[in-house]
Design a protein around this ligand. Sequence first.
Ligand code: HEC
Ligand code: HEC
Ligand code: HEC
Ligand code: HEC
Length: 507
Amino acid sequence: MKPLSEQIKKRPVIGWALFLATAAVVFLLGMLASSIMQRRAEATFAYTPQVKYDQFEPRNEVWGQNFPREYQSFMQTRDTSLRTKYNGSATIDMLEVDPRLVVLWAGYGFSKDYNQARGHQYAVKDIWNTLRTGGPTSERKSPMPNTCWTCKSPDVPRLMNEVGIAEFYSGSWDTKGHQIVNAIGCADCHDSQTMNLRISRPALIEAFNRQGKDISQASHQEMRSLVCAQCHVEYYFDKHRPGSEEVPYLTFPWDNGMSAEAMESYYDAKDFSDWTHQLSKAPMLKAQHPGYEIYLTGTHASRGVSCADCHMPYISEGGQKFTSHHIVSPLKNVSNSCQVCHREETEHLVRDVYERQDRIIENRNTLEELLVHAHVEAKKAWDLGATEQQMQDVLLDIRHAQWRWDYAAASHGGSFHSPVETGRVIATGIDLAQEARLKLARLLASLGYNEQVPYPDISTKAKAQQYIGLNMEQLEAEKSEFLKTLLPQWLATAREREAGYPVQTPN
Ligand code: HEC
Ligand code: HEC
Ligand code: HEC
Ligand code: HEC
């Protein structure tokens, strides 16, 4: 056969035919590509709502009819199989793993019961089940206020809208149990009309206002962290809020800043304590979970990475990209959570996380051990007749040292989110705890006691709870009575209310 160029020279029509055929193929490919793009665009931006509902629709399954992919991934937070080296979504009894915690929290609810968090689907269930909320019945009240419901459910914005914020926080935890049944979900983070991210919790908006900042000016990327900061933050119940005195009003202690020292100075100035320690009688602070605050001090935050970048990565299903709502440890899915930005192998990235955690936890353990000693030695000093005045400085050191320990321990993920700051806070805690023990040694000597105060046998959770005199059998019996009697009544009332909640199908 002759070369093509020669054939075309002889019969130019072949050239034209080839040209037209190529043009047609290019045109058809263009059409195909444009149709694909259009479909994608339609799928992302314009959705045809299957059902209509308002901002206060608490049922995730109703929103889920319009957004099945996000809903299905969100439902995966039911999975409790993930166990990483220090975290994950399995139920782990932390008091069993580390019975020293019982002594650190003696006199406070956490010494009764404390499990690793399982995930958003369990937020309401876990607070029913924990011994910390007690076993309320029609006669017996819960030891916790309604404020404890605030970070558990999209029923919270609904109810706040109905009754008002301060009224929502008022009363003991059992008085609003029939109202709060849906686990953390869509209405907590989204606007129902636009699906834009939305802040539904007043405490965060109020904390911004007090600092002269307007949260509605936050950038889109900031919002991808701020939705989490509605709950994953340090907070306390302020009973002296002007206008709502005696109401345990949910408040973020950020007015002086967000570091351990800044919040500590805030609490000190207000003379606030969460409880008085049963052994040492120190006025204690319980850090809740300053996850957002510590996160802000880390490398990723300073590079503008948001919580959602790692905990809610984009994933792809059938050619559709969407945000995974399976919020969990990012080690579950390193390829989508980390490798969109990092080139390293999975193994390498996981090792980076574990190495940072190992180092922090080593020092955290040291601090914890020092704190147990300090509480026990302070108790000995009281027993030997120490005066309030002699104890004052010691107790302040213990308060501050344990606050630093808890700030680091309770900021879940902190040893990866910001290892340098977490390490620094623990180091200052070690300093303070040693200071307290030195003062105690001198005080004990002046009271005629020159031996080592014996370390209690707290080798198991049961032994530690016995040491501080908790009656676990009674607590458990009360809880099981609640689960059998009051809880079914709550659920029946909730089912009735939800059956009457309007869901319209669009015309
Ligand atoms: C309305 C309050 C609320 C909001 C908003 C919220 N969380 Fe949570 N989160 C919780 C509570 C409560 C738990 C513990 C639930 C349980 O296990 O019972 C939790 C648990 C978790 C866990 C632990 C689950 C596990 O695998 O151990 C992770 C991770 C988490 N949240 C990340 C986030 C991220 C990231 C955001 C923002 C995109 C966010 N959360 C927004 C309240 C909230
Ligand atoms: C803890 C907060 C949080 C909760 C709860 C939550 N979302 Fe989202 N959602 C986000 C974030 C963050 C994004 C990413 C938004 C962005 O970057 O614009 C998102 C994105 C979306 C989008 C936009 C499309 C996409 O996939 O990126 C839809 C639709 C959506 N969510 C639906 C839902 C539904 C339905 C529920 C309840 C089943 C829900 N979300 C619960 C935080 C949340
Ligand atoms: C959205 C992008 C992004 C994602 C997602 C991301 N990183 Fe990073 N990471 C960065 C940037 C940017 C830096 C700073 C590096 C620099 O500027 O040199 C960084 C720094 C680091 C560092 C060194 C700093 C430090 O904190 O010690 C480690 C380790 C790291 N990333 C691990 C991870 C892991 C593990 C994940 C997943 C869980 C992850 N990163 C997800 C962008 C990202
Ligand atoms: C650069 C990625 C990255 C970013 C950004 C990030 N995290 Fe994490 N987070 C991690 C890693 C890695 C862990 C440790 C997971 C483990 O040990 O299994 C973690 C752990 C956690 C945990 C404990 C998880 C568990 O299984 O118990 C919570 C809660 C959490 N992060 C919340 C947040 C919040 C809230 C933000 C934003 C303020 C945030 N994270 C930002 C990577 C990230």
